[in-house]
Design a binder for this molecule. Structure first.
Ligand SMILES: CCCCCCCCCCCCC/C=C/[C@@H](O)[C@H](COP(=O)(O)O)NC(=O)CCCCCCCCCCCCCCC
Length: 172
């Protein structure tokens, strides 16, 4: 993200913030409760550490923070899948925008959607983007994606199912 330029820094800043919140939970005095997704959900729900209706006392709960990352993972899954099946003349900005509109966009306010869509227009073309990924030739990028995407999908499914069971998919 950083090598894509400063226009993307407002996006990566939010992701870094949220990852930092999760790391702080893991390093805190109840860090052992944050070892797995399942133990985190149980611990925070059992101890009323999650704002269920509106943001109030627990704006940085692990459950709501991870939900934002989980939604972002869906965008990543869609975007990488488009990259995997793309051809030389495919546009990264279009692939990225389509993936965003089919996932994260529905959770974002109008102004964020506009800013994100503008940033996507500044994405480098496919060849330069693959170079930025620093994996090697196009064939190597595709091979890496073939290997990685199923893991991303699996993590997404497990989280989705767990959050569904506990009614956590709309946390404010
Ligand atoms: C490579 C192109 C990168 C495009 C990234 C696509 C995601 C676009 C998201 C735009 C988010 C704008 C920032 C603000 C978001 C927040 O409002 C919003 C809600 O948070 P709140 O409930 O705490 O208020 N936050 C979120 O939904 C989380 C968004 C986090 C975005 C992180 C994006 C990380 C991208 C990782 C890039 C990996 C690229 C790898 C390519 C091979």
């Amino acid at each position: 993200m950083n090598s894509l330029g400063s226009i993307f820094s407002f996006i990566s800043k939010d992701a870094v913030n949220k990852i930092q919140i999760m790391v702080t939970h893991q390093n805190g005095e109840n860090g052992d409760k944050y070892e797995t997704l399942q133990s985190m959900v149980k611990y925070e729900l059992d101890n009323n550490l999650v704002d269920l209706q509106r943001r109030a006392e627990h704006p940085e709960s692990g459950c709501r923070t991870l939900l934002r990352l989980h939604r972002t993972l869906r965008w990543l899954e869609l975007f990488l899948e488009k990259l995997r099946t793309s051809t030389e003349d495919s546009k990264t900005s279009v692939m990225c925008t389509d993936a965003y509109n089919d996932s994260l966009a529905q959770y974002h306010a109008w102004i964020i959607r506009k800013a994100a869509t503008m940033a996507f227009c500044a994405l480098p073309g496919r060849a330069a983007f693959f170079q930025t990924m620093n994996v090697g030739s196009t064939e190597q990028v595709v091979a890496m994606l073939v290997e990685a995407i199923p893991f991303i999908s699996k993590v997404y499914e497990i989280t989705e199912e767990l959050y569904k069971q506990h009614n956590l998919l709309e946390l404010p």
